[in-house]
Design a protein around this ligand. Structure first.
Ligand code: ADP
Ligand code: GLC
Length: 493
């Protein structure tokens, strides 16, 4: 027991993606780094992920040892029994258990375009499998740590499933909300095949006559966290609550905001093997090499004008339309823009069009490209993130570490992590509030002005590189949440 009070909990993180094995966005980064950070401070954190296409190939390419767990995971879903092999990958200090059934986990894009009984199967299987892990390996978690709608079924099943509710007194659950925009909305007919029809009521999964998995998990979990403190308060308001603000408010006593950390070993310009030349605060010459390399790739002539970069998913969330509206002005001011990303077709097409119009000023690379992303973080002068909403954001943290000054909208984790250099002598970025291209451009203009003053720019950049956005602060906060809900269990709450 004293073990537990000191943080020695056994925690199983259940998630659909984990870098470097599979990655769509920042969730994968968190799953690859938070468990290791927890292990360093005494938690026994492990991970359960599915083998979507590419997971084993990636693990083999990186020389991870993959060992077979003798027992399979068998589950009854939609009146059928599904079976999955189980493998273990030792990822640093973190054991990662991998569910392997290519018929179920067959979508390389991980998240389906449309959620229905068939496309939800991988996530139902993953969630129910969490309860079976202790039958397959000699280890039983104290706590399930769930992430977003896709593993929300775990706390839901513990509360309302006729069989899994027997675990109500055994396990504790933490739900981390990485993005409230995705809630797992389905038709109520799906529930019967999952054994969850009893959960369809206003105090459960019902949401305007549909099923809302995230809503159910907010109600059913012992603790709820968001990935930044600001986001925890934003989602209690109509403007950011995506229709769940009422549910969040009703459950506010168990909600806390814990800022994401970064894997500072992986994201480190002084050792990053994807960079053509490494650098650090003491010697920034390698950053110039990164810049030249990116210019060569684009075919641009070398020059000293500010290079604005973006790496990310091209969706409304990321404020792509503001950047598109502002491109001509940025070019008129002498800036160049490099964007790496993929997402909505309309944004991709608009970016290709701008690239054709201004080939020596704008460059867009469509796709997901890990090595190129590193080069872009290294090469840029300014990293632009004009997000409509941003639960945390890791890209601004990475860019800070790589000496690329962030220009961000003051929302969510961006507001919690970037300090404006004009309004604060310790500032290391440029921040705007209103969601408009005008507001974005005026903060870019301030950044351009500072860029011309090399001494000032270098010290803004240096202050950003010095910031500590590792898990050192946040992992203990998660441990405190684990302690709190574990103690509540002991007290019978
Ligand atoms: P989100 O999770 O909303 O996409 P984050 O800023 O939290 O945003 O995390 C995005 C992560 O995905 C970062 O590690 C970023 O470098 C990476 N990423 C996004 N788009 C791409 C891309 N096209 N190629 C490579 N990495 C990308
Ligand atoms: C989500 C959010 C992003 C956050 C990431 C990791 O994808 O959009 O802001 O950084 O999850 O928590």
């Amino acid at each position: 027991m004293s073990d537990h009070l000191e943080g020695g909990f056994k925690v199983l993180h259940v998630a659909p993606e984990m870098a470097p094995f599979s990655k769509i966005g920042g969730l994968a980064d968190v799953i690859s780094s938070l468990p290791g950070a927890l292990n360093r401070i005494g938690t026994d954190a492990r991970v359960l992920i599915p083998a979507f296409p590419g997971v084993f190939e990636q693990a083999e390419k990186m020389d991870y040892r993959i060992t077979r767990i003798r027992r399979n995971i068998d589950l009854s879903i939609n009146w059928r029994v599904y079976s999955s092999r189980l493998w273990k990958i030792q990822y640093g200090t973190t054991p990662v258990y991998v569910l392997d059934n290519p018929d179920i986990f067959n979508d390389p894009g991980i998240y389906p375009g449309e959620l229905n009984q068939t496309t939800a199967l991988p996530f139902i299987f993953l969630s129910f499998a969490a309860f079976q892990i202790s039958n397959a390996i000699p280890w039983t978690p104290d706590i399930f740590h769930l992430h977003d709608w896709s593993t929300s079924i775990v706390p839901i099943a513990m509360k309302w499933h006729p069989y899994f509710s027997c675990y109500q007194n055994q396990y504790r659950t933490v739900l981390t909300i990485h993005n409230l925009a995705h809630q797992g909305i389905l038709k109520p007919e799906v529930l019967e095949g999952w054994g969850l029809n009893k959960a369809f009521h206003m105090e459960g999964l019902e949401y305007y006559n549909s099923v809302n998995l995230l809503k159910g998990a907010i109600i059913a979990s012992h603790a709820v966290t968001t990935v930044s403190p600001r986001y925890a308060s934003e989602i209690t308001h109509k403007s950011m609550g995506m229709g769940l603000e009422g549910v969040v408010k009703q459950n506010i006593s168990k909600v806390s905001g814990i800022l994401n950390g970064l894997d500072t070993d992986y994201w480190n310009p002084s050792s990053d093997s994807f960079l053509p030349s490494n650098y650090d605060r003491g010697n920034m010459s390698g950053k110039m090499v990164c810049r030249s390399t990116l210019f060569e790739k684009t075919g641009w002539e070398k020059n000293c004008s500010p290079l604005i970069t973006m790496v990310g998913r091209l969706y409304k969330q990321k404020g792509i339309e503001l950047m598109l509206e502002g491109i001509e002005q940025i070019i008129n001011w002498g800036g160049r823009i490099f964007i790496l990303g993929s997402g909505e077709k309309t944004y991709e097409e608009a970016l290709f069009k701008k690239t054709r119009e201004y080939p020596d000023k704008v460059s867009f690379v469509k796709g997901y490209d890990e090595p190129l992303a590193h080069l872009v973080y290294g090469a840029g002068d300014i990293f632009l993130m004009p997000s409509l909403f941003e639960p945390c954001g890791l890209s601004q943290l990475i860019s800070l570490r790589y000496g690329t000054v962030p220009v961000v909208r003051s929302v969510g984790g961006l507001a919690d992590t970037v300090l404006d250099a004009d309004s604060n002598s310790e500032g290391f970025g440029f921040v705007f509030s209103e969601f408009s291209s005008h507001a974005m451009l005026s903060s870019l203009q301030r950044a351009f002005k500072s860029f011309k003053n090399k001494n000032r720019w270098n010290s803004i950049r240096d202050r950003g590189m010095k910031m500590d956005f590792s898990w050192n602060h946040s992992a203990p906060e998660y441990q405190a949440v684990y302690s709190r809900i574990y103690n509540q269990k002991i007290e019978g709450k």
